[in-house]
Design a protein around this ligand. Structure first.
Ligand code: AHG
Ligand code: MN
Ligand code: MN
Length: 327
C-alpha cells in the first residue's frame, strides 16, 4: 500500500479497506462523507468571526450544556451528510438525546461529537470534530439505541479533525495512527504524519487544575507527583489537549470530582475514539479501573473518568488510583 507523504486520505482509506477484516461495504464512502462535512466546518470555524456564527443559541442540550451556534451548524452539517449515505445505518451525536436513523440500511453506526471544545469557539482557540464508527449488529431490522452500546474495542474506525493553526485529520482504521493535513488549496486531506506514536517519556500533563478543590486527596497527590517531572498544558478542548500530548508527549486526565463524580467526558462520543487512537499509537487509556476500550457503556450519553497517554503514565495513574477505589 502506498504510504507516501502527500497521499490523499481517500486513496489511503481505499487501500486500507482492502485489507480490513471487519470493513464490509462502504467504509470509504462513510469516511468521505464525514470528511466532506468537516471541510465545511473548517471553513465555518475559520470564518466564524465574519459569518455570524459565534456565540450561544440560547438553548441547552441533552447534557444540560449551553449550545453554541457552531455546535448546531456542525451537528447539522455532519448529520445531513450521513443520513443519505449508503453504509450508515444510524447516527448518534452528543447533541441528540436519541439516535437518528439513516435512509438506507448499512453495516455501520456512526457516533459524533460534532464540535468539541465549545468553550473555545469564541476566543479563536482550537476546537475539533470527533467520530467513531461501530459495526451495526443487525442489518435487517430497525436500529435501536441499544445497538450503539458497544465497547470501544469494537470500533472499526476512529478519528478526529482538529481545527487549529492548520486543520488536521488524525485517524485509525486499526492499523496504526496517521495524520493528514488539510491542503486548503485543493481541499484534500494529505498524509503528513504517518505512523504517529506517543513520544516517551512524557513531558507534559493536562488536567483542569481549577477542579482541585473538588478532587479526592488521592487525585491531588497524583497530580502533584506528575508535576514533578512534567510541565502543565491545558487547553480545554479534548481534541486539542489529546493531539498536543500525542505529538509532543504527555498524559491527559479528566478525573472524577465532587461536582462530576462519574467524570465529565462522554464514553461513546469522546472517549472511545481517543482510546482507540491512543492504543494504536502505542499508548493506553483507562477509567481508573479498566481499559476505556473494554468498558461496556450502558447509556448513549454515559460519562466516565478518563486517563490517556503513554503506557507507563497510565500504569502509574492506575496504581495510585487503586488506593482511592479501595478506600
Ligand atoms: P464539548 O465542547 O464537546 O461539550 O466538550 C467539552 C469537553 C472537552 O472538550 C474538554 O476536554 C472538556 O470539556 C473541558 O472541560 P472543563 O472546562 O471542565 O475543563
Ligand atoms: Mn466534546
Ligand atoms: Mn461537542
Amino acid at each position: 500500500m502506498s504510504i507516501e507523504i502527500g497521499t490523499s486520505v481517500m486513496e489511503f482509506i481505499a487501500a486500507q479497506q482492502l485489507g480490513h477484516p471487519q470493513a464490509k461495504g462502504r467504509l470509504t464512502l462513510v469516511l468521505a462523507n464525514i470528511l466532506a462535512g468537516c471541510q465545511f466546518i473548517h471553513r465555518q470555524v475559520n470564518n466564524a468571526g465574519l459569518a455570524g456564527v459565534l456565540g450561544a443559541t440560547g438553548g441547552i442540550n441533552v447534557q444540560g450544556e449551553e449550545v453554541q451556534k457552531l455546535d448546531v451548524l456542525a451537528r447539522n452539517t455532519l448529520v445531513n451528510h450521513l443520513i443519505p449515505c449508503e453504509g450508515v445505518a444510524a447516527i448518534s451525536t452528543e447533541e441528540d438525546e436519541g439516535i437518528i436513523l439513516s435512509t438506507t440500511p448499512g453495516n455501520y453506526l456512526t457516533v459524533l461529537d460534532p464540535l468539541d471544545g465549545s468553550s473555545n469557539i469564541d476566543v479563536n482557540v482550537s476546537v475539533g470534530t470527533i467520530f467513531s464508527i461501530l459495526p451495526c449488529p443487525q442489518f435487517d431490522r430497525k436500529v435501536q439505541p441499544q445497538d450503539f452500546l458497544q465497547p470501544g474495542k469494537n470500533q472499526i474506525a476512529a478519528g478526529y479533525v482538529i481545527y487549529g493553526s492548520g486543520t488536521m485529520l488524525v485517524m485509525t482504521l486499526g492499523n496504526g495512527v496517521h495524520g493528514f493535513t488539510l491542503d486548503t488549496g485543493s481541499g484534500l486531506f494529505l498524509l503528513s504524519h504517518p505512523n504517529i506514536r506517543f513520544p516517551r517519556p512524557s513531558k507534559y500533563y493536562s488536567v483542569n487544575e481549577g477542579n482541585r478543590h473538588s478532587w479526592d486527596p488521592v487525585i491531588l497527590r497524583l497530580i502533584f507527583e506528575l508535576s514533578r517531572d512534567r510541565s502543565a498544558r491545558y487547553i480545554g478542548s479534548l481534541v486539542a489537549d489529546f493531539h498536543r500530548n500525542l505529538l509532543a508527549g504527555g498524559v491527559f486526565l479528566y478525573p472524577p470530582d465532587s461536582k462530576s463524580p462519574k467524570g465529565k467526558l462522554r464514553c461513546l462520543s469522546e472517549l472511545s475514539t481517543m482510546a482507540m487512537i491512543a492504543e494504536q499509537a502505542g499508548g493506553r487509556s483507562s477509567n481508573g479501573r479498566e481499559s476505556t476500550l473494554n468498558h461496556m457503556p450502558t447509556a448513549l450519553h454515559e460519562r466516565a473518568p478518563f486517563y490517556v497517554g503513554p503506557p507507563d503514565d497510565i500504569a502509574l495513574i492506575e496504581a495510585r488510583l487503586a488506593e482511592m477505589y479501595q478506600g
